[in-house]
Design a protein around this ligand. Structure first.
Ligand code: ACO
Length: 338
């Protein structure tokens, strides 16, 4: 157990609302297909605001809610799969914008699991006394990586940001369990820039994919767009999230049935339902925001937390099981009290 918790939250969603009806105007799909398969009715897309700006607005709100001064923040962790720059890191941009001159700032890359991974890192800094106030900013602009001619993926994703301040001045971290399964990573990919320089003669070694560990799943993909084996990811998500929640609850000595809220990565309503069935916990304890925001990758959990605090669902003393899963493949869960 770590004597530290979330003392402030903030979020940002862009103004552009894209409905399922709008999607059916650009690809062959329907509101009925999208809603019944995913639970998504609409998603928010950037109207041009960059990832760092979304993260900055969320960060400022979280800092104000926490009542800390930027100068008292020791560590900034940012998570994103859609940065505006390869470098500097998103966390360094946020540091500069808020004037947190005393903070160490670096990014954590665990795709959609990023927020839970960053919470785990924060907990360890707080536990050792290396930090007292940690700002986590999860900001995503997935529309940058979405192929709007591919109906199997383009209906799923949205943009937005969430942020929290984690501090020794509040709540508790009761347990955490992270896992990575790199060997299954090929089922969810987005490719970075290809090698291009004046001395390239085509004779170099190109093992393809990740080399010999497993066969490349999307060998023809040469662009940046998200490629996903939806069925594989679905099965992985249900198994991984259920397992990690059970491990954390057991290690923390807390009955799953007694946890107040389950705030899972918002990728698909059916995944939330399947986890709820497997755990034997009613759906009314699960945060469900996928319908109005789509899948905003690592930002989805802190956006949910902020919504729940704003509308009074989440109160001081409540226990919250968070769980993320995504590319890597990565997954994890963390149990906290507010
Ligand atoms: N509209 C209409 N039809 C569609 C659409 C669409 N938008 N997309 C796919 N279809 C069609 C397919 O072409 C296929 O047609 P066919 O049978 O004629 O070939 C049919 O619908 C069924 O396709 P499936 O992929 O089998 O559909 P499924 O029921 O598995 O649902 C989905 C797909 C929603 C992607 C599901 O597999 C899923 O949610 N997987 C998990 C995805 C996920 O969690 N991603 C999160 C990780 S990524 C991240 O968070 C960044």
């Amino acid at each position: 157990m770590i004597e530290a918790g979330i003392i402030g939250t903030g979020s940002y969603l862009p103004d552009v609302v894209v409905t399922n009806q709008d999607m059916s105007g650009i690809v062959e799909t329907s509101d009925e297909w999208i809603t019944s398969r995913t639970g998504i009715s609409e998603r928010r897309l950037s109207s041009g605001e960059p990832t760092w700006f979304m993260g900055l607005v969320a960060a400022r709100k979280a800092i104000a809610a926490a009542g800390v001064e930027p100068i008292d923040i020791d560590l900034i962790l940012a998570t994103t799969v859609t940065p505006d720059y390869y470098f500097p890191s998103l966390s360094c941009i946020i540091q500069a914008e808020i004037g947190a001159d005393n903070a160490i700032a670096f990014d954590v890359n665990a795709a959609c699991s990023g927020f839970v991974f960053a919470m785990d890192v924060a907990g360890r800094y707080l536990m050792t006394g290396a930090a007292k106030n940690v700002l986590i900013v999860s900001a995503e602009c997935l529309s940058k990586l979405t192929d709007y001619t591919d109906r199997a993926t383009c209906v799923l994703f949205g943009d937005g940001a969430g942020a929290v301040v984690v501090s020794t001045g509040g709540g508790r971290i009761l347990g955490s369990h992270l896992r990575s399964e790199g060997k299954s990573g090929g089922s969810l990919v987005s490719r970075a820039l290809p090698i291009q320089h004046p001395f390239l003669d085509g004779t170099g070694r190109n093992p393809g994919g990740w080399g010999s560990a497993f066969p490349e799943r999307f060998p023809d993909a040469v662009d940046k767009f998200i490629r996903m084996d939806g069925t594989e990811v679905y099965k992985f998500a249900v198994r991984a999230v259920t397992d990690s929640i059970q491990v954390v609850a057991k290690e923390a000595g807390v009955e799953v049935a007694r946890i107040d809220h389950f705030v899972l990565h918002q990728a698909n309503f059916r995944i939330l339902e399947a986890v709820s069935r497997r755990l034997g916990v009613p759906m009314d304890r699960f945060a469900v925001h996928i319908g109005e925001m789509g899948n905003a990758s690592s930002a989805s959990i802190p956006i949910c937390l902020d919504n729940m605090i704003q509308d009074g669902r989440l109160k001081p003393g409540d226990s919250v099981m968070m769980s993320g899963f995504g590319a890597g493949l990565t997954y994890g869960a963390m149990l906290v009290t507010f």
